[in-house]
Design a protein around this ligand. Sequence first.
Ligand code: NDP
Length: 478
Amino acid sequence: MTTPQFDLWLDGANTPAAVRFERHSPFDGTLAGTFADGGEQDAAAAVGSARRAFDDGPWPSSPARRRFEILTETARLLTANADLLAERMVRESGKPVTLALGEVAASARCLEYYAGLALAVEGSAVSERNPGALGLILREPVGVAALITAWNFPLLGVVCKLAPALAAGCTVVAKPSHLCPGPTMLLAQLLGTAGLPGGVFNVVTSQREQGAVVGQHFASSRAVDKIAFTGSTATGQAVMRAAAGNAKRVALELGGKSANIVFPDAPLADAARTAISAFTFNSGQQCSAGSRLLLHRDIHDEFLALLVEHAGKQVLGDPAEAATTMGPLISRRQHERVLGYLDLGRAEAKLVTGGGSHGNFVEPTVFDGVDNSSRLAQEEIFGPVLSVIPFTTEQEAVALANDSAYGLAGGVWTGSMDTAFRVVRGVRTGKMFVNCYNTAGLDDMPHGGYKESGTGREFGHAGLEEFQELKTVQILLR
Ligand code: NDP
């Protein structure tokens, strides 16, 4: 199997860097690809390219129809190259190929969605307050947008920021995670093939040490107007501080510790199956994982038995195999971090199932009787580890769900819509699932966090508005 080499993507072309780095598969350690190790100068070159493309280039003032065509053509190219893109994710991140293909399909849908919205952007007019005047409210692109992204959704995590940015007329610099940079590079090439003008999308890859340098350059640059970040809360805070210099607009998609709440009148078999996928999907490496299970005491034993049954159905293995449902964790470092939480769980709670590990794999692991104030229940583990916390009353469940620094997602399982709505209104998170968890198929709805889960929204109309400025015009009629 050949090992692809990727350069930087600047001004619409591959641009070699002086230094390169390697990425190895977290599954079997084979070389997955070599990448440009970009630094401060490359970051400055990328920002300069995007700035010129915004200030002097055709993109911000291009007709909506042109943006629609480029976005739909890119969606078509993504679909046509789905196997190639999925293979990148499999090799660099260990994501199971079925999930990777699903991510390509979701990315294509996202591009199509924002292609449609590009045609529908319209302002409004105000005339009632003063009949002798007319007010116009225009929507303009925010300018140069910097995207700093993570490895867990290495294609969709970029596309869900890039598609609305391009639809709005912004130009973009991107810095993917050093752990899975390939999909962003392939995306850049496909955008070039689709006809995106040079300079509108630029990518700087770099290894870990340089990643912070490039990310901080983007976040602090006065030539960047907006930053959209996905990653840890600590890095998000560093991005926010750096962005303060020119008061740039900041969107942060950070972590979570979401509560999935199950009442006795829920469809229990379905709830248990979904509770497992809620914390094992992508091997638990997802911000909106349902990693706390709030379980009503009346169904405690019955439900735990169902959890054990469904956990046993997960297939850990070669991510290139279609039957695999859980791949390895992204890195040795992440694996060791998760093992530390397993030790903590064994010491503080009762191990119900799992707890084993080999290579970079961790079995789906369920701990029962977890104290909601413990580190196990409060910290984002980013691995397949579920904390079960028993409750008796609805008020108690809502209070437990809210007793978290995070506020990203949550689920409620019940046969009563009254209960469901009270809980939905009571839990302070950006997203709630009723009798499902990540499985309703409504992936164009806004996504983002309350509290320390972040600020801003991705997807939906709200995702487009993140990349738009409002300009008001007051016209005195003579
Ligand atoms: P980070 O937050 O460190 O990395 C996210 C992105 O930020 C990467 O592109 C990274 O580059 C970049 N970056 C790193 N340092 C800086 C900096 N100082 N300024 C600007 N950008 C920077 O996450 P990790 O990948 O290290 O994962 C650590 C933990 O974060 C996970 O265990 C998980 O808890 C959480 N996380 C949450 C995610 C989510 O979806 N909400 C996604 C990923 C992680 P580089 O890769 O080159 O270091």
